[in-house]
Design a protein around this ligand. Structure first.
Ligand code: F6P
Length: 362
C-alpha cells in the first residue's frame, strides 16, 4: 500500500545528505508509489509549520554528488526544549505536541529523520509519543555507536588528509611546526584517521588527554634526526591532562550543544613558548562538512536512504538503519542514541600510530 512519507534533515550538514534524500525518494516513488514531502529546516520546519515541499523523482535529479541538504537543516530547534521569547527573555518550552499535530495535518504515515545523535534522540522521544519515525544516522564525526560508519565521515577525512598533504610541503620548506585543528566534537575519529593517512607527527584526540612534554619531546627528537618540521593534528575536543576543551560558545549560549574550537591556537602558543620554534595554525572548520561526497559516502547514503523506506513499509518505526559489516540493518533508536562511539585509547589504530612513531600526546 502506498504511503505519504515526510523526510527531514536535522543537525549539522554532512556530505551525502542529498544522496540519502534522492535514494529515499526514488525508492518510495518508483518502488512503492508513495508520496514524499520534504520538511524544510529540520524539526524547526514542523514546529514553525513551514510549508513542506513535495519531492518527486525529477526534484531529486542531480543530487547524488551535491553537498549540503536541499531541505535545509537546523541544530537549534529541539521541540522538547524549544527556545521561545517571553517578556524579553528566552524560555524553553515543550512544543512536541505542535510538531505531532503538524505531522497529522500533513497526513504523513511516516517521518524519516536523517540526523546525528541529537536529532535521533529527539526522534526516539517523538516515537515514544506515538510518532511513526524511522532514523538515518549521519555525521562527519563518526560518533554514533550503533553503526560501523556514518556517511560524511569518509569525505571529511579525505578533506582533512588533503589539507595535511598541503601543509607538509609548506612546513618542510620553512622548517616550521604546523598545527591543523579538525572537527569531531568529543571524539577523535577525524583527527586519528586523517592524521594517520596524512603522515602527522603528533595526533591529539579528546579520548587521550595530552601532555605538552610528550609532543615537545617528539618535535625535538625529529629535529635531532634532521627533520626540522613537524605536523600536529588536533581534534577540536582535545585537551591537556587535567584541563577542559576550548569552547567558543557555551551550551547556554547556543541553546544546544557547546561549540568547540580554538585548541589549535593554544597548542601553537604553547609550543612556540616552550621550544622557540616558528609555528603556524590552521583551523580547517566547515570545509570538512562541505563539498561533494566521496564514492564511499555516496554508496552508503544511497543504501541507507533506500533501506529507510523499506523500514517504513515494514512499519518498523522507532528504528534507524545502520551499517554492520557489509549489511544495512535496523537498530532500535532507544539502543542507538545517547552512547557516543569514542576512540578506545588501546585501539589498534592508536597502537599503529604509536608504533610507527606518531606521538598521541602521552
Ligand atoms: O557534528 C558535526 C560538527 O561539524 C562537529 O564536528 C562540530 O563540532 C560542530 O558540528 C560544529 O557545529 P556548527 O556548524 O554549529 O558550528
Amino acid at each position: 500500500m502506498s504511503k505519504t512519507i515526510a523526510i527531514l534533515t536535522g543537525g549539522g550538514d554532512a556530505p551525502g545528505l542529498n544522496a540519502v534524500i534522492r535514494a529515499a525518494v526514488k525508492t518510495a516513488v518508483l518502488h512503492y508509489g508513495d508520496r514524499v514531502l520534504g520538511i524544510p529546516d529540520g524539526y524547526d520546519g514542523l514546529v514553525k509549520g513551514i510549508a513542506s515541499q513535495p519531492l518527486d523523482v525529477a526534484s531529486v535529479a542531480g543530487l547524488l554528488y551535491r553537498g549540503g541538504t536541499i531541505l535545509g537543516t537546523s541544530n537549534r530547534g529541539d521541540p522538547f526544549h524549544y527556545p521561545v521569547e517571553e517578556g524579553g527573555i528566552i524560555v524553553k518550552k515543550d512544543l512536541s505536541g505542535v510538531l505531532l499535530a503538524r505531522l497529522k495535518e500533513l497526513a504523513a504515515d511516516a517521518l524519516i529523520v536523517i540526523g546525528g545523535d541529537g536529532s535521533l534522540t529527539i526522534a526516539r522521544d517523538l516515537h515514544s509519543l506515538g510518532a511513526p519515525i524511522v532514523g538515518v544516522p549521519k555525521t562527519i564525526d563518526n560518533d554514533i555507536s550503533a553503526t560501523d560508519v556514518t556517511f560524511g565521515f569518509n569525505t571529511a577525512i579525505a578533506t582533512a588528509t588533503d589539507a595535511l598533504d598541503k601543509l607538509h610541503t609548506t612546513a618542510e620548506s620553512h622548517h616550521r611546526v604546523m598545527v591543523l585543528e579538525v572537527m569531531g566534537r568529543d571524539t577523535g575519529w577525524i583527527a586519528l584517521h586523517s592524521g594517520l593517512a596524512g603522515g602527522a607527527d603528533v595526533i591529539l584526540i579528546p579520548e587521550i588527554p595530552f601532555a605538552y612534554e610528550a609532543m615537545c619531546d617528539r618535535i625535538i627528537w625529529r629535529r635531532s634526526h634532521g627533520r626540522k618540521f613537524s605536523i600536529i593534528v588536533v581534534a577540536e575536543g582535545a585537551h591537556p591532562a587535567g584541563g577542559t576543551p576550548v569552547v567558543q560558545e557555551t551550551a547556554a549560549q547556543t541553546h544546544g550543544l557547546a561549540r568547540l574550537g580554538g585548541i589549535g591556537y593554544s597548542v601553537g602558543e604553547e609550543i612556540r613558548g616552550r621550544l622557540g620554534l616558528e609555528v603556524r595554525v590552521t583551523v580547517l572548520g566547515h570545509i570538512q562538512r562541505g563539498g561533494t561526497p566521496c564514492v564511499y559516502d555516496r554508496l552508503l547514503a544511497t543504501r541507507l536512504g533506500c533501506e529507510a523506506v523499506h523500514l517504513v513499509h515494514q512499519e518498523e518505526f522507532g528504528h534507524m538503519v545502520a551499517l554492520r559489516g557489509n549489511r544495512i540493518i535496523a537498530v532500535p533508536l532507544a539502543m542507538a542514541v545517547g552512547r557516543p562511539k569514542k576512540v578506545d585509547p588501546q585501539d589498534q589504530l592508536v597502537r599503529t600510530a604509536e608504533v610507527t612513531g606518531i606521538c598521541m600526546g602521552r
